[in-house]
Design a binder for this molecule. Structure first.
Ligand code: OAD
Length: 231
């Protein structure tokens, strides 16, 4: 039998046990900061220094965290899966990348910047300010390469092509509140759909199978089972 093609969607819950806050849990980022103040193009136009400070703090935090057992299990699945495979993450952290996966970052990346003057993108580990010059054109109009509310997520053509006809769809550590990602479970109409999350997500009734618990436990267990079935 041909192994099913897999599409995996991850969210903030997969990085929670590495020490990064989620958005909508009781101690989540959006309980402390207003989306309208830091995560929209309008906020950046109004007060770019404030938006830079928010993302600088989050970028700095990446130096103190490591990929966990769930990131590593997905890396193993990507390496060992005999069929087509796409890992899509809503996360702007780089923990999948550091685990060795090749994720499509649909909401952008903390460790990348984009120049609003020349369009160049650069890998970026330092703080950004309104006077940081672009390494390509020297104009000081850099922004975090993050998809803000009201902007188009990245890689949608590739994601939609992979969802169309995928045989297995996994949703991991996401609350199912933000579209278009929250609609992928419906786009993967032919797939067996599995939710791996701490608790039932907003769209949990749309899944065929669910395992609720911490990602570092439920993800490695699911991956082990899947690879055993198809070895
Ligand atoms: P949320 O904070 O909305 O949801 C996180 C989910 O992870 C919740 O369902 C939690 O129950 C679950 N969770 C928490 N700890 C977990 C653990 N240890 N193991 C497994 N699951 C756990 O985060 P996202 O769904 O990723 O977008 O949020 C989606 C988007 O909203 C983000 O990409 C971001 C945000 O606004 C932008 O900034 C554009």
């Amino acid at each position: 039998m041909t192994p099913p093609s897999i599409v995996i969607l991850t969210g903030a819950g997969i990085s929670a046990e590495s020490g990064l806050s989620t958005f909508r849990d009781p101690d989540g980022l959006w309980q402390r900061v207003r989306i309208e103040d830091v995560a929209t193009p309008e906020a950046f136009a109004r007060d770019p220094a404030h938006v830079h400070a928010f993302y600088n703090a989050r970028r700095t935090q990446l130096a103190d965290v490591q990929p966990n057992a769930a990131h590593l299990a997905l890396m193993r699945l990507e390496r060992e899966w005999p069929g087509a495979f796409l890992l899509v993450t809503q996360n702007v952290d780089d923990l999948h990348d550091r685990a060795g996966s090749l994720p499509l970052h649909m909401h952008g990346e903390l460790r990348r910047v984009r120049c609003l003057a020349c369009g160049a993108r650069h890998g970026w580990a330092a703080d950004l300010s309104i006077s940081t010059p672009c390494p390509s054109c020297a104009v000081s109009r850099l922004r975090p390469d993050i998809v803000w509310f009201g902007e188009m997520p990245m890689g949608m053509d590739r994601i939609e092509a992979a969802l169309d006809g995928c045989g297995l769809f996994l949703s991991i550590g996401t609350s199912g509140n933000v579209y278009p990602a929250a609609g992928f479970v419906e786009d993967a109409a032919q797939a067996h759909k599995v939710e791996l999350n701490l608790e039932p997500s907003a769209g949990s009734e749309l899944f065929d199978e669910a395992h609720h618990g911490p990602a570092t436990q439920v993800v490695p267990a699911f991956v082990d089972r899947l690879l055993r079935e198809w070895a």
